[in-house]
Design a protein. Structure first.
Lengths: 618, 102
């Protein structure tokens, strides 16, 4: 026993302490508990992994039987294998940095203790998710992080847009989770267990001729779940709105960890997907399409956090593309590097917003290079990493995916390359708009650099973004996913690097060398620009096709017809009948004592007569 | 003693009881109504004693004492109510005491 349970238990204890006592406790206590619990968790992960060594076989700890129903036994089992080890390190490591950063970012917010309590609760559920040894426990973590996401998006719940965004995230995720739960039911029904190893062993052994349909269905339903949690087409719409939450939340939950749960789940279920090639193909195409689609939207957004939100969707698409072409380890690899540079992008954006006193609009930034040098240089590290400039982290993971994609289908590769160019363009566009040129915001506001408690995590993440490509994640994961890695093709790598550099150069040309050119191009593109600027009107289409029918149907049919006339009619009718009956009967209570006496006599006579008829007692 | 048959006692009891009932229903003076109730109780007592004598058993006698105890208690409570009524309403008419109704 290595006490794996301690890893999620620390943040849970932090949540309880801060949630119960944080309101009256001094800030130092909240900081110590909130950050300390995650730090302990991180240290325990390191300690555990050091003790476990190379993890040739998964280390499983079974604590107790949670559900026992006939043959079905579901235990509270935590597992540490190579995949969950990577995830644990990312979740606790990046999570720790973001917790530290939050001390500075949230310093002036009310509900400070609440923020850290939710954040710790999130860490607990996320760790449960990645360490779960069976589908149901994974699902518990899955739903728990969804709950925390909802709570933290709506952290400023007095703001209607924030509360609405939280609800939107929750409802859209319900659709995905519905698919996921159906998949779990199918697995129980056909395999009789939910533990990963027996299910995957059964999947490998069973004959494909009879089970192909079932496995494809299960895999597709899992994909539905993953598209919800990981914001893929068609369920991605909640993630841009989720930016209403505080920026550390966007970095931790909506960039680095929770949204990658879908990728993790897909990789975890790789044995199922490998037996269901149609579903795997669907994963690849959903990922590729999402990557391209979201990247184009990201080109035209003005809100710095929205740019990075669409970027997150796009990069998640890359991960699914990697998983879909069979390169699960490349997908997880990109998950890791993405956690570094996207968390850094968001935290850097938060630092910019902090510097400008809450301004998020790129059109009203500019020239911040001098006032916020640390933020600028760290953000630049993230930008070169995400743009795929060699030899930084994004280059390695993105090229691993693109090579595998080319091996699978050149069309997917070219979508990926175009997306890489778009990615480089929009990230550097945001960077140039914020840090170059002249300051275009409120002239009375003087931007300032963030305090060290915020910039130190930025620097740590910058180092990780630059060096993340040398951590050897794919080699570490290789034994888990027995897939033939394609040969390293230099030409393909060169093409994708050129695409990235071209994106950067174009952004430089548009926003630094020739400011104003971008607006003219946008004006010339006219309708196309409007289409992209308005995010392809997807929200409006969903509103008209799904939300309005549901709302109006609920109002007209469920409320006014069914509830008001039928149900209320029945209840009110019963009440009214009772009332009118009572109206007649209450006349008996006349207040006249002698009439009561008459009633008593009447009753007595009735009893006597009854005895006369039926003979009384013998 | 044997010359008086059992039925005579019972008839007397029934007559007294009926008088009580009639008085209870017809009279308006609350004191009279109260006395009618006492009359009914004593009519029943007479039946008890009669049967007890007839069957040579003590049950009826015991019950008579019970009834007398209850009647005494009832008289105390009832008279107290009447006194309170007279003090507040200055009347003994039962028909005028009719506020407690629908």
């Amino acid at each position: 026993m290595l006490h794996l349970w301690l890893i999620p238990a620390f943040p849970l204890a932090g949540f309880l302490l801060n949630g119960l006592f944080g309101r009256r406790a001094p800030k130092l206590f909240v900081n110590l508990v909130g950050v300390g619990s995650v730090a302990l968790s991180f240290l325990w992960v390191l300690n555990t992994l050091a003790a476990l060594g190379p993890l040739e076989t998964p280390h499983i700890e079974r604590y107790f039987t949670w559900i026992q129903s006939g043959e079905l036994r579901i235990g509270f089992d935590l597992v540490a294998d190579r995949l969950s080890a990577v995830m644990m390190l990312v979740v606790t490591g990046v999570g720790l940095l973001i917790h530290v950063y939050s001390i500075g970012y949230m310093a002036h917010e009310s509900g400070y203790y609440r923020f850290f309590a939710y954040l710790n609760l999130f860490m607990f559920f996320m760790l449960l998710l990645v360490m779960a040894g069976n589908f149901l426990l994974l699902f518990v973590g899955w739903e728990g992080v969804g709950l925390c996401s909802y709570l933290l998006i709506g952290f400023w719940f007095l703001k209607k847009s924030a509360a609405d965004a939280g609800k939107k995230a929750f409802i859209v995720n319900r659709i995905g989770d519905f698919g996921f739960s159906l998949a779990i039911y199918l697995i129980v029904a056909h395999f009789g267990t939910l533990d990963f190893d027996p299910v995957f062993a059964a999947v490998r052994e069973r004959p494909l001729e009879t089970d192909a349909g079932l496995l494809t269905l299960v895999a597709l339903l899992l994909l539905v779940g993953a598209t919800g949690k990981s914001a893929q087409v068609p369920l991605y719409v909640w993630l841009p709105d989720a930016m209403e939450g505080p920026t550390p939340v966007s970095a931790l939950i909506h960039a680095a960890t929770m949204v990658t749960a879908g990728v993790y789940m897909t990789a975890r279920c790789a044995p199922i997907y490998l037996q269901a090639p149609i579903a795997l193909e669907a994963v690849a195409w959903v990922g590729a399409f999402t990557a391209f689609f979201a990247a184009t939207i990201g080109l035209a957004q003005h809100d710095i956090k929205k740019v990075f939100a669409y970027s997150t969707i796009s990069q998640l698409g890359y991960m699914f593309l990697g998983a879909g072409v069979g390169a699960f380890s490349a997908g997880i690899y990109h998950l890791v590097t993405h956690a570094f540079f996207k968390a850094l992008l968001f935290l850097g954006a938060g630092s910019v917003i902090h510097a400008l006193g809450g301004e998020q609009d790129l059109r009203r930034m500019g020239g911040l290079r001098k006032q916020a040098p640390v933020t600028f240089w760290t953000l630049l590290c993230a930008a070169v990493a995400i743009a795929g400039v060699p030899p930084f982290s994004g280059f390695h993971s993105k090229d691993a995916i693109l090579l595998a994609a080319h091996h699978h289908s050149p069309a997917l590769y070219w979508i990926g390359v175009v997306t890489a160019a778009l990615t480089a363009f929009y990230v550097f566009r945001a960077l140039f708009l914020a840090f170059f040129g002249d300051y275009r915001g409120d002239p009375h506001h003087h931007p300032h650099e963030s305090p060290p408690v915020m910039t130190v995590p930025l620097m740590a993440l910058a180092a990780l973004s630059l060096a993340g490509g040398y951590f050897g994640v794919p080699a570490w994961l290789e034994p888990m996913f027995p897939v033939s890695e394609p040969a390293h093709d230099v030409a393909l790598v060169v093409v994708s690097v050129i695409a990235g550099l071209a994106g950067i150069a174009t952004a430089w040309w548009f926003y630094v060398a020739r400011p104003g050119l971008a607006d003219r191009v946008a004006a010339q593109l006219g309708g196309l620009y409007q289409l992209v600027y308005n995010k392809y009107f997807v929200d409006e289409i969903y509103g008209a096709a799904v939300v309005r029918p549901v709302v109006e149907g609920s109002e007209k049919l469920a409320w006014r017809t069914l509830d008001v006339s039928v149900i209320d009619g029945m209840v009110n009718g019963l009440g009214a009948r009772a009332q009118s009956l009572g109206d007649v009967l209450r006349r008996i209570q006349s207040g006249n004592v002698r009439s009561y006496a008459a009633w008593v006599l009447f009753g007595a006579v009735l009893v006597v007569v009854a005895f006369g008829f039926w003979g009384g007692w013998q | 003693m044997n010359a008086v048959p059992l039925s005579w006692y019972l008839i007397l009891s029934a007559v007294l009881f009926s008088l009580g009932v009639a008085g209870f229903l017809v009279r308006r003076n609350i004191i009279t109504v109260f006395m009618s109730i006492e009359l009914m109780l004593n009519a029943v007592n007479l039946s008890f004693v009669t049967f007890s004598y007839q069957f040579k058993q003590a049950d009826g006698h015991i019950f008579t004492f019970f009834v007398m105890v209850v009647a005494a208690a009832e008289a105390a409570v009832g008279l107290a109510i009447i006194l309170a009524l007279v003090r507040t309403r200055r009347t003994l008419e039962v028909d005028e005491v009719n506020l407690l109704k629908f």
